[in-house]
Each structure stands twice: as structure tokens, then as C-alpha cells.
Design a binder for this molecule. Sequence first.
Ligand SMILES: C[S@@+](CC[C@H](N)C(=O)[O-])C[C@H]1O[C@@H](n2cnc3c(N)ncnc32)[C@H](O)[C@@H]1O
Length: 276
Amino acid sequence: MKNIVGENIARYRKDMGLTQEEIATKLNITCQAVSKWEKGHSSPDISLLPSLASIFSVSIDKIMGYSHNFDSRSYYEDHYNKEEYFWGVTPSTMCLKVLELLPPTKPLKLLDIGCGEGKDAVFFARCGYSVSAFDISNAGIEKTKRLADKANVYVDVFKANIWDFRLEQKFDILFSSGVLHYIKPELKEEIFLNYKEYTQTNGLNAMHCLVDKPFIREIPGKKSHSQHWKSGQLLSLYDDWYIEGCEEYVFDCHSGGVSHKHAGNRVFARKISHLE
Ligand SMILES: C[S@@+](CC[C@H](N)C(=O)[O-])C[C@H]1O[C@@H](n2cnc3c(N)ncnc32)[C@H](O)[C@@H]1O
């Protein structure tokens, strides 16, 4: 069973730069008790939850995993609730590069992280990959299922928040397009360590994020709901993998009804254990 409470305690503790010992002192308990919670070997007594919530300045619900800082209703939910496909049904160009680097000449498992309405996940399934996909949007998940049905393929699509979701089984390919900028900065390293660990040897990570560039203006008055990456930051997370490709580019975007530009970064990295 997933240790949600323990993982939340560990995450909030690290976010605040506190040690297990400091938490233990504040709660008048042993350091071992905190360690056991975080490892999932035991759970905090119910009487300690208000104090824990107060130390982390979050609600008890958040510690229990009932909600997160993020409004789990996707920013895109309203768009996805319409009949037409907001992002279209044409796969992104990144998909072609994945096909070129790791074609499905044998059974390969692929995970689409933040699949939206499923255009890329369904494309991969049509190509013969065994595809799983998740998104935070219910409407996106439904549309992904519909698109897969229409194409007569199966995609194992489920709801998850990229902040909480951690892999527990290995994939040959991890793919993500247009989503990584929703990750809280302090979670990036931990999430990518998990992604890398759960990629098969010789497997591929094909990742795209939005990057900040001083020459790209923000849209005046637009409330940002994302956390852009620094140039080179995504690549640096793969410094121990073989880099098959990395490029930055500027593209036009019309989401939200206002034309604007973004800078994007695509990284294709392969996990290699040892060269013979
Ligand atoms: C720009 S869209 C990209 C969708 C898809 N990858 C594509 O290229 O068509 C961003 C997607 O990220 C999803 N998303 C936003 N925050 C998320 C989160 N915390 N966890 C999982 N998915 C999230 C949104 O619901 C949306 O579908």
C-alpha cells in the first residue's frame, strides 16, 4: 500500500528545511518515530495531527493526502469539456523522434505523463506500443478513452497528479509534452529521480518543458499557473544518461485566446548502464 501520509510528512518537512530530529523535538517524541512514519512503518497518532499541520502550515487534509496545494481541477477542464479537441488530434513532433529512437520492434511499455486529451498516447498505441497515460483532468481522461476507442486501440489511462504520482513499475519509455512546468520547483529533482529509476535499461525519456527566456514577454495581466524551467535545467537532470537529442525553440501558442510565445526545451535521454 502507498505510504501517502509518510510521504507527505517527508515532503513538507523537506520543503521547510527541517530535519526529522527538529520535528521530533517540536512534537516531544523520538526521532525514530518520525523516521518510521516517513518509511511507512507506522502512522502518527491522531492527537499529533493538529500540531503537525501547524508546523507545516497546511491543513490536516493535506497531510492525509485528501488534497494538495494545487487545485486538482485542471486549468484545462473547461476546454476539454467541449466537443472539439483543444490540442487537436495530430501527434506532437516529439512522437516521431521517439519512434525513430526506440521503434516498437518488440513489446515496449510507454507512459505519457500529462496526456491531455490523448493525441500522443493514442498515436503511440496505434504504432504498437503498450501505452499507459495519466492526467489530472477528468475530461481529458474521458477524451483520451474516446479517441482510443475510435482508433480501435487500448490506452490504460488514469487520473493522477504529477506532484503526488510516483512510479512503482518500470517503463521502456517515459514521455511528457507540455506538462512539466506544472511541477513545483522543489519536487522536480525527486520526481525525476523516480522517473529515471523506473526506466528500463536502454529505455528512453522524452521530455518537454517550457523554459524562461528574458526575450519572451509575459502576457500582460495573465495569472501564471505554471513554473517555467531554467534553460538547461531539464538536461542537467540527465547528466548521467546518454543524450540522444536536446533542443530549444520558440513557438506560438493561442491557449487562453491570446496569441503569445513560449520557449520550449525537448530532451531525449537514454538510460545506459555499461558500454561493452
Ligand atoms: C499543455 S497540456 C498538454 C497535454 C498533452 N500532453 C498534449 O501535448 O496534448 C498540459 C496538461 O497537463 C495537465 N496537468 C496540469 N497539471 C497537472 C498535474 N498536476 N498533474 C497531472 N497533469 C497535469 C493538464 O490537465 C493538461 O492536460
